[in-house]
Design a protein around this ligand. Structure first.
Ligand code: AMP
Length: 249
C-alpha cells in the first residue's frame, strides 16, 4: 500500500510575522520557513504505517517554490521514501493545491493520502476536504488515530464533545490532528541519508493543472495594537480603575 503525505512550506511557527508595507500580504522575505507542524504529524503517521507493515512506500509531496525541496528533505529525513515537488512560483490556494494533488494521485495511485488538518499560514483547513471531493474518495478529517486493516481505515476523529470513529474503504483521504502522534526528532544521520533519497520535480503544466488563483486579496492588516496590561496593588485599586478608567462598572 502506497501512502502520500502532503507537506507545505510555511513561515516557522516561532516567527512573529509582519504585514508588508503595501498591505498586500505577510512579509516572508528573510524569515525562517519550516514544514507545517500538522504535516510533520502526517508524515510521521505515514512512516509509522510503513514501520508497522501496513504501508509499503511513503511519498512526500509538496507544491510550491523551488526552496520547498528543503521541506521535502525534512519529510525524507523523518522516513518518507521519496519526494515529489510540484514546482511553481504562483501563490497557491487550497483548490489549486487539491487539483495538483489529485493529478499526483492519478500518477502515483496511492491507497491513502494523509494531509495536515490545516496549514498554519492561511489557516484555510480546506485542502484535504477538496481533494477528497475531487477524487470522489471517502475522507476522515482531524484524525487522532489511524488503523489500517483489510483494505479499510478505521480513523478516530476529534470532534466537539468527544471522539468519533469512522470506517473508510480505501483509497481514502485523512487529515492529521495534533494528537495523532508526536513526530520523531530528526537525527543528523537521517538528514544525511535523506540527501540521497529520490526527489522528482514536476510542474502544474506537466500535470495539466492551471494553478492560477481565483481569489483576490484586497488588503492584509495587522491586528489593532493593544495597550499592555498592568498590575494593580489591591482590589480597591482594581475597582477604581474599572470605574474611572475603563468605565465598565
Ligand atoms: P490548508 O487547507 O491550506 O489549511 O492546508 C491543509 C493541508 O493541505 C496542509 O496541512 C498540507 O498537508 C496540505 N497542503 C496545503 N498546501 C499545500 C502545498 N502547497 N503543498 C502540499 N500540501 C499542501
Amino acid at each position: 500500500m502506497k501512502v502520500i503525505a502532503a507537506v507545505k512550506r510555511v513561515v516557522d511557527y516561532n516567527v512573529n510575522v509582519r504585514v508588508k508595507a503595501d498591505q498586500s500580504g505577510v512579509d516572508i522575505g528573510n524569515v525562517k520557513m519550516s514544514m507545517n507542524p500538522f504535516d510533520e504529524i502526517a508524515v510521521e503517521a505515514a512512516v509509522r504505517l510503513k514501520e508497522q507493515g501496513a504501508a509499503s512506500e511513503v511519498v512526500a509531496v509538496t507544491c510550491g517554490v523551488t526552496q520547498a525541496q528543503e521541506t521535502l528533505r525534512t519529510a525524507l529525513a523523518i522516513g518518507a521514501d521519496r519526494g515529489v515537488l510540484v514546482q511553481t512560483d504562483t501563490a497557491l490556494q487550497p483548490l489549486a493545491v487539491a487539483k495538483l494533488l489529485r493529478a499526483v494521485v492519478a500518477r502515483e495511485q496511492p491507497a491513502l493520502v494523509i494531509l495536515g488538518k490545516q496549514a498554519i499560514d492561511d489557516d484555510a483547513c480546506q485542502t484535504g476536504q477538496m481533494l477528497a471531493a475531487l477524487l470522489g474518495w471517502p475522507q476522515a478529517t482531524q484524525a487522532s488515530a489511524i488503523h489500517i486493516e483489510d483494505g479499510r481505515a478505521r480513523v478516530t476523529r476529534e470532534v466537539d464533545g468527544g471522539l468519533e470513529v469512522v470506517d473508510l474503504a480505501l483509497p481514502a483521504v485523512v487529515t492529521a490532528d495534533l494528537r495523532l502522534n508526536e513526530p520523531r526528532y530528526v537525527t543528523l544521520p537521517n538528514i544525511m541519508k535523506a540527501k540521497k533519497k529520490p526527489l522528482d520535480v514536476t510542474t502544474p503544466q506537466d500535470l495539466g493543472v492551471d494553478p492560477a488563483s481565483r481569489l483576490e486579496t484586497l488588503r492584509v492588516e495587522s491586528p489593532a495594537a493593544r495597550a499592555p496590561g498592568i498590575k494593580v496593588a489591591d482590589v480597591a485599586a482594581l475597582v477604581d480603575k474599572l470605574k474611572h478608567e475603563a468605565k465598565v462598572i
